[in-house]
Write a protein that binds this ligand. Structure first.
Ligand SMILES: Cc1cc2nc3c(=O)[nH]c(=O)nc-3n(C[C@H](O)[C@H](O)[C@H](O)COP(=O)(O)OP(=O)(O)OC[C@H]3O[C@@H](n4cnc5c(N)ncnc54)[C@H](O)[C@@H]3O)c2cc1C
Length: 532
């Protein structure tokens, strides 16, 4: 291999998003020498961070890449390559999976498989992740929330008046909305003077760094400890192994200037996001791993899931001047509804939709109505129904090395019913107020480029024939290679994925450190063999 530079570390982490950034924060406390490899740079803090046109229309912070669908149709993936990964623009809704999501669950589209660990195994790490990411919320109101070891670290973000009114209406009608769990570092005794603006938040970078993202919360504190090196503009091209193929020896990296490096590590943790991590494993095929690294099962890249997500804009004659409306969610239909025995999903508010997207959504249903009028009289919801694993929904590489994501709906009936349920609920709110005419609903499902909730491409499990990773997210086939992003999900529930990725990263971090520090650690012995 031709590498202009080599360096050696105890631990190498590839990717700095929810998985990698959180893992870095945990591992850095061990004093081990750690290298973070990140293909992006630091997202610039600039005026355009909050500019609707720059962010939503021009895609200023979105990856400049082309991926292909099952029919080889190109599209630009809605993904973000920066220190902090997609959490730089995420909405920081940090919900736990439900306890029953860890078991087998029947859905309209099929069966959601059980996890090889239980909710109880992850619970302490959920509590810790909520602390790390300053989650604001209130327990006891979400009807299917799982048991928690501690209250939320901070009280909920207050509703603005229009949202408070809607929240009260829903409760008056017998529904059970709850304050959204949000990762924000609002002014508090530790940050008394933090300036902040939450209005451009969901889908936007945060100039004030009040949003608890993995750069601010994970990477920055890790770098401050002095034992962590960060390489930016450094794309992992391949993971290399020893001759036996049972040990990863390091990562081949291509820098933005074209320079190649080989970063050696005793332990390698991959956290590039479920699509890029699978692509990296496939790209790392070798004589010993002809179908892709750790791919004896043939499952690397398969069972890709992304949730059935969509926008639901309710336009009424009541004005909504809220700056930040993302303050409640509703799981009343998570396990079913009066007319559905099977699970539907989660309803939550989202940030205000940008004018350009709103205009194109409204073109057919509300011709001639000025977009400004719609924008000031709408409430924006985000709906999530569970996606189910299907081996044919998969990430592969095309001949030229570019990424192909084959995907077809698995559980669309649940999403359709969820949408209908929300319409019924909001119609009944209109009736409660005897409003003349009901609201107009503008709806849109996220398409194949909507990869923001990607997961499942290297599921974990007990059996190497039916899973890629073991229960600690270590590959079954390589002693010192871990995957610490959303790839490990065998099923994805119907809540936003980040808190689960973060909690799991803390769990895996503890496991790796424990293994490394156990006298005569297996990793060290393995690495010594690998590097001879
Ligand atoms: C607009 C938006 C809003 C969202 N809102 C929410 C929300 O409210 N709540 C929630 O839970 N989730 C939300 N999400 C989803 C959330 O951001 C992701 O689930 C989460 O960031 C995934 O974490 P990850 O570690 O798997 O991957 P990422 O965060 O994507 O991190 C992967 C990292 O790896 C890097 N990388 C990729 N390939 C390579 C390579 N070959 N070499 C080196 N580095 C590489 C990337 O640059 C990136 O930094 C949102 C996403 C978007 C886009």
């Amino acid at each position: 291999m031709h590498a202009s530079a080599t360096a050696r570390y105890d631990i190498v982490i590839v990717g700095t998003g929810a998985g990698g950034g959180t893992l870095a924060s945990r591992m850095s406390k061990s004093g081990k020498r750690i290298c973070l490899i990140e293909r992006g740079g630091f997202l610039p803090r600039e005026r355009e961070n909050w500019d609707e046109k720059a962010v939503c229309v021009e895609g200023r912070y979105t990856a400049r890449e082309t991926w292909y669908d099952k029919d080889d149709k190109p599209s630009a993936p809605y993904t973000h390559y920066w220190v902090g990964g997609n959490t730089k623009v995420y909405g920081a809704a940090l919900l736990r999976l439900r306890e029953f999501d860890f078991g087998e669950v029947r859905h309209f589209g099929g069966v959601s498989p059980a996890w090889p660990i239980s909710y109880a195994d992850l619970e302490p790490y959920y509590t810790e992740a909520e602390r790390l990411y300053s989650v604001h919320g209130e327990r006891g109101l979400d009807p299917c929330e799982p048991p928690a070891g501690a209250p939320y670290p901070f009280p909920p973000v207050p509703h603005e008046p229009r949202i408070a009114e809607l929240y009260d209406d829903l409760r008056a009608l017998g529904h059970r909305p709850f304050p959204m769990a949000l990762g924000v570092r609002l002014p508090n005794p530790q940050h008394p003077h933090a300036p902040y603006r939450l209005s451009s938040f969901d889908g936007y970078p945060d100039l004030t760094e009040v949003k608890a993202d993995s750069h601010v919360v994970g990477v920055n504190p890790a770098l401050a400890r002095g034992n962590v090196t960060l390489l930016t503009g450094a794309r992992a091209e391949r993971i290399l192994t020893d001759r036996s193929g049972s040990q990863a020896t390091g990562v081949e990296v291509v820098r933005d200037d074209g320079d190649r490096m080989f970063i050696r590590g005793d332990v390698i943790c991959v956290a590039c996001g479920a699509i890029n991590s699978a692509a990296l494993f496939l790209r790392s095929a070798s004589d010993r791993h002809p179908r892709g690294l750790a791919n004896g099962s043939g499952l690397v890249g398969r069972n890709y899931m992304t949730h059935h997500n969509g926008l639901f804009i309710a336009v009424s004659n009541v004005s909504n001047p809220s700056q930040f409306q993302k303050t409640f969610g509703m799981t009343d239909f998570y396990q079913g509804a009066d007319d559905s025995d099977l699970p539907l999903g989660t309803v939550q508010l989202m940030g205000r939709l940008d004018r350009a997207s709103l205009g194109s959504l409204a073109k057919e249903r509300m011709p001639g109505v000025p977009v400004e009028r719609i924008a000031t009289h709408s409430v924006d919801f985000f709906l999530t129904a569970q996606d189910l694993p299907d081996p044919e929904n998969r990430v592969t590489l095309r001949e030229d090395g570019s990424i192909k994501v084959a995907y077809r709906d698995t559980n669309a009936e649940a999403y359709r019913r969820l949408e209908r349920k929300l319409m019924e609920v909001l119609d009944s709110v209109d009736r409660l107020h005897r409003r003349g005419g009901s609201s107009t609903y503008l709806t849109s499902r996220l398409g194949v480029s909507g990869v923001s909730h990607q997961n499942g491409t290297m599921r974990f499990g007990h059996d190497p024939r039916t899973s890629v990773l073991d229960t600690f997210c270590r590959t079954h086939e390589l002693e010192n290679l871990y995957v610490v992003d959303s790839s490990f999900f065998p099923s994805c529930g119907a809540v936003n994925p980040s808190l689960t990725i973060m909690a799991n990263a803390l769990r895996i971090g503890d496991h790796i450190i424990g293994r490394m520090s156990a006298g005569g650690s297996a990793h060290r012995r393995a690495a010594a063999g690998a590097l001879r």
